[in-house]
Design a binder for this molecule. Structure first.
Ligand code: SF4
Ligand code: SF4
Length: 347
């Protein structure tokens, strides 16, 4: 693998999972032996940050002496250079497919689209799930059929490589001396490993999420939302670590001369009181339960109307980071099997 990565670095900027003090994190890599393809489950933050950064300078503006407005669009910077991101797990690849529907669908976001077009994705199937992974229940792992240029599977003494696109095929071409034709036995071994992972995740015995949207609609006024929102600290960590959360705010920062400045796009959280504040000062989700519910309903109900699928890929990050120990699976289980009736709340 180091030879392959080393050759990639001759032509592309390489991004990969590397060990840091805070856990394994996707970073730009200058030494290929820093890439850790043995990481368990998921990275701290998803690869989303390389396509939709936490803070992004969109453009700078300036009025010249004659009063004409000049704009410098940072999109030009975004367009420079090709990148390869390696070691992306199936749940995170699925999350990029969700983001694609949002940012390249009805409304095309040129910043996101340019980065997506400039970046090849080399995926990595999962050999062992992390404690909170539930990809199998939402159909996003431990393997995947699309969304990658190459897909690696670690078979112990070698990697099985599946080609997913013409660009991926080209990546293998300048590495033909290190690739051999895969044997049927290798493919079967991959299937065996994936089945093992799937069975391990299935041991969680979660309920079927197929009709979760309908159940959630029925339980919109349930008491559980009050109960959970009393625990929630509204810190937004669940949003900021989620690979599919894509809400942002826009901030204009004028310079002291008031003739120039910059516009930024910054990740936002539906848990924040300021999230639905509008110009008149009105806040549409003032009470905590309405904000707590929003993340769950957006993922599992509104998203189906918006993009035709739910927006949770079962990575488990939000469960792992929540300081209030709120587990989205407990919430959903409670909604499915233990939810109280609407009348209980109304009375
Ligand atoms: S991470 Fe937990 S406490 Fe923080 S906003 Fe999300 S659910 Fe609430
Ligand atoms: S809601 Fe939680 S489990 Fe689902 S994709 Fe987001 S972070 Fe992962």
């Amino acid at each position: 693998m180091p030879i392959f990565l080393d050759r990639i670095m001759k032509y592309y900027q390489l991004i990969g999972p590397v060990k840091t003090e805070k856990g394994v994190s996707f970073e730009y890599v200058s030494e290929c032996d820093k890439v850790d393809l043995d990481y368990l489950g998921h990275t701290v933050l998803p690869p989303k940050k390389f396509f939709f950064p936490p803070i992004e300078e969109m453009f700078a503006y300036e009025y010249d002496e004659t009063g004409n407005l000049r704009i410098y669009d940072f999109l030009e910077e975004v367009s420079k250079g090709m990148r390869v991101i390696v070691g992306v797990k199936p749940c995170d690849i699925s999350s990029l497919l969700v983001l694609d529907k949002v940012f390249t669908g009805e409304y095309n976001d040129p910043y996101y689209t340019t980065r997506r077009n400039n970046t090849l994705v080399v995926g990595l199937t999962c050999n062992k799930p992390k404690e909170y992974c539930f990809c199998t229940y939402v159909g996003s792992g431990p393997s995947i059929k699309k969304g990658f240029d190459l897909l690696l599977s670690d078979l112990g003494d070698m990697y099985l490589v599946e080609v997913g696109s013409e660009k991926g095929w080209k990546l293998t071409k300048f590495n033909l001396d290190i690739f051999n034709e895969a044997e049927n036995e290798d493919i079967k071994e991959r299937e065996r490993i994936l089945l093992e992972v799937e069975e391990e995740i299935r041991k969680k015995g979660l309920p079927n999420f197929a009709t979760i949207d309908k159940v959630l609609v029925e339980r919109f006024l349930d008491r559980i939302w009050d109960d959970y929102s009393r625990k929630c600290l509204a810190c937004g960590k669940c949003n900021f670590t989620c690979p599919t959360c894509r809400c942002f705010t826009i901030s204009d920062e004028p310079n002291p001369d008031l003739k120039s400045g910059k516009r930024f796009r910054i990740w936002d959280s539906c848990h924040f009181l300021s999230f639905t504040k509008v110009a008149s000062g009105e806040v549409f989700r003032k009470d905590r339960p309405s904000r707590f519910k929003q993340r769950i309903y957006h993922k599992f109900v509104y998203s189906i109307n918006e993009i035709g699928s739910i927006s949770c890929v079962g990575c488990g990050r939000c469960i792992e980071v929540c300081p209030a120990k709120i587990n989205i699976l407990d919430v959903l289980k409670e909604v499915i099997v233990g939810g109280k009736s609407v009348s209980a709340k109304v009375s």
